[in-house]
Design a protein around this ligand. Structure first.
Ligand code: IMP
Length: 176
């Protein structure tokens, strides 16, 4: 592939993503047998990960989405807002939050606080990427695809100013 001007290097290839996402789907299927989990995708970063993940889930499940906002360019504003809320009730449901990346942890902390009074039977987090170096608050994702260094990454749903979500791999963004 020709070198792209916005790309420092490819960090996780399409093949590595496919293999790991398949493993996560199998693990979730084993853990949630008979529980009909509700997958809550956090838009928009989750889209490619979410659709590949649920294709690898073999138990009955339902799908819903939320849209949160906290980022501007390559830095978190630290102020999380709900742009789109769930359509389904999570009362007595086994919820799996599907997120692209955990960085400071502020988004997931906000989300867990926001959902905790809605009566879910359980809430777990499944994130494709974990960037623990930048953590400001404690969050504990049960399912993690890859742990990465503190670099700004794009592709496979992740953006820089809304661009590059369509790349089929995860790459390190080259700052101009
Ligand atoms: P947190 O609230 O700092 O944990 O950030 C979570 C959100 O920040 C993610 O859902 C992403 O949308 C965004 N984010 C964090 N790191 C990156 C990155 O390296 N590339 C693209 N988006 C990122």
């Amino acid at each position: 592939m020709a070198q792209q001007p916005f790309l420092e290097r490819i960090l996780i290839s399409e093949e590595q993503l496919a293999t790991r996402v398949q493993e996560l789907g199998r693990q979730i299927s084993a853990d949630y047998r008979g529980k009909k989990p509700l997958f809550v995708g956090i838009l928009r970063g989750c889209i490619l990960f979410y659709s590949d993940l649920i294709k690898n889930v073999s138990v009955d499940c339902t799908l819903d989405f939320m849209c949160l906002s906290s980022y501007s360019g390559t830095s978190s504003t630290g102020h999380v807002r709900t742009m789109l809320d769930l359509r389904e009730s999570i009362q007595d449901r086994h919820v799996i939050i599907v997120e692209d990346i955990v960085d400071t942890g502020l988004t997931l902390e906000y989300l867990q606080n926001h959902l905790k009074d809605r009566g879910a039977a359980s809430i777990e987090i499944c994130c494709l990427l974990d960037k623990p170096a930048n953590r400001k608050v404690e969050v504990h994702p049960k399912y993690v695809g890859f742990t990465i260094k503190d670099e700004f990454v794009i592709g496979y749903g992740l953006d820089y100013n809304e661009l590059y979500r369509n790349l089929p791999y995860i790459g390190v963004f080259k700052k101009q």
